[in-house]
Design a protein around this ligand. Structure first.
Ligand SMILES: [Zn+2]
Length: 148
């Protein structure tokens, strides 16, 4: 007999997959001075519709990143709600406002690594690499482990 399309809705894919590690961001070599106030940048968090997905933010001012005890950047996330302002480490950031080789290399590496794993849909997949502390510090899972 003919197969019939499965009528059940797509389950949340992210909850069924094993977590995808992010070995690239922790190894990224980028200086604090690579960014400056006024730049726009994105924090990559996963994939959606065959492209990388993340949160776009505006870089506001230098700010100490306490989870890594290194210089970070204060960011304004227009869609961040209660956490409009967060502080991130430079290696979490990718330039949107200009195309620079340093960020493009990382972007391409993330695409090559991540997109083949998420080829089957338009759903947003948040890989869960980042958390935000009560003090508004954005922390990559690799930094959270080593910093506590
Ligand atoms: Zn850049």
């Amino acid at each position: 007999m003919e197969g019939t399309p499965c009528p059940s809705p797509h389950p949340l894919r992210s909850s069924l997959r094993p977590p995808t590690p992010d070995p690239l961001t922790p190894d990224r070599d980028i200086t604090h001075a690579h960014f400056q106030a006024g730049d726009t940048a994105v924090v990559l968090k996963g994939a959606a519709g065959g492209e990388l997905w993340g949160d776009a933010m505006r870089i506001v001012a230098p700010s100490w990143h306490t989870p890594t005890d290194e210089d970070g950047w204060r960011l304004r996330d227009a869609t961040g709600g209660a956490q409009t302002y967060i502080t991130a480490h430079p290696r979490y950031l990718v330039h949107l406002s200009r195309r620079c080789p340093d960020c493009l290399i990382y972007l391409r590496a993330m695409e090559d690594y991540l997109l083949p794993k998420y080829t089957d849909g338009e759903a947003i997949v948040d890989c869960g690499w980042y958390t935000t502390t009560a003090l508004g510090q954005l922390v990559h899972v690799a930094d959270a482990r080593s910093g506590s």
